[in-house]
Ligand binder design. Structure first.
Ligand code: GLN
Length: 220
């Protein structure tokens, strides 16, 4: 019998900038190639959510306005997502979703959008530039090419705990100061890379494999 891999897409209807939903479609493709069926649930405002019943969680990017809407609904997800992340289960969060894994995002208007506060990072706006354009960064999976468009600059509050996803070759990544892109904590990945990021087969196949390995470990 074909096994089904369950994917939770957090706020699919609100958090999907620059084609981030493509990441889920690409993972579906690789997982189906590996012989699995794939089911995707949109976990939107007020929808019940038990993270541990999923094999993968995706949180896409969003505009500041959508982030403020989502932020109001997030506190109810904190405990279940913390358990999921700490258990080493796989998750990918892009741009606005990545920012919301941290403690807060202070926007251009000075509004402080509270995040989940699960990972030790925060995001701030500074007036001089929006970080927009093509990016290239070297990761543990090889070179990744993508596109970024964000005003928030993300900084790690605990550099021992979080490691960058990549080292910048072109573009800004987390911020204009550190020369790094995204974050990995256990099997949770954060990134500013749109495009979508998983159009890069190296990282897409690696995350698909993590999902399969993790599922096998759970069901063995
Ligand atoms: N609104 C956030 C910012 O501008 C995130 C943007 C995004 O997700 N594309 O920094």
């Amino acid at each position: 019998m074909t096994e089904t891999i369950k994917i939770a897409y957090l706020y699919e209807d609100l958090m999907n900038t620059y084609g981030d939903s493509g990441d889920v479609k690409i993972l579906r493709y690789w997982l189906e190639q590996a012989g699995y069926a794939v089911a995707v649930d949109n976990i939107s405002l007020d929808a019940p959510f038990d993270a541990m019943t999923y094999d993968f969680v995706f949180f896409g990017g969003g505009q500041d306005y959508e982030q403020t809407v989502v932020a109001k609904d997030l506190p109810r997800l904190k405990d279940t997502l913390t358990d999921y992340i700490e258990a080493g289960k796989p998750m990918l969060a892009i741009c606005g979703g990545y920012q919301l894994l941290g403690s807060y995002y202070k926007t251009a208007t000075g509004t402080v959008i509270p995040g989940l506060g699960i990972l030790p990072l925060h995001t701030v706006f500074k007036a001089d530039s929006r970080m927009i354009g093509d990016t290239e960064f070297e990761t543990e999976f090889g070179l990744v090419r993508a596109f970024e468009n964000h005003s928030g600059r993300t900084y790690f509050d605990d550099k021992a705990q979080l490691k960058p996803l990549g080292k910048m070759v072109q573009g800004y990544g987390n911020n204009p100061d550190d020369g790094v892109e995204g974050m990995r904590y256990k099997n949770t990945f954060g990134s500013y890379a749109h495009g979508p990021i998983l159009r890069n087969d190296n990282i897409a196949k690696a995350i698909a494999q993590l999902i399969i390995d993790n599922r096998a470990a759970v069901t063995a």
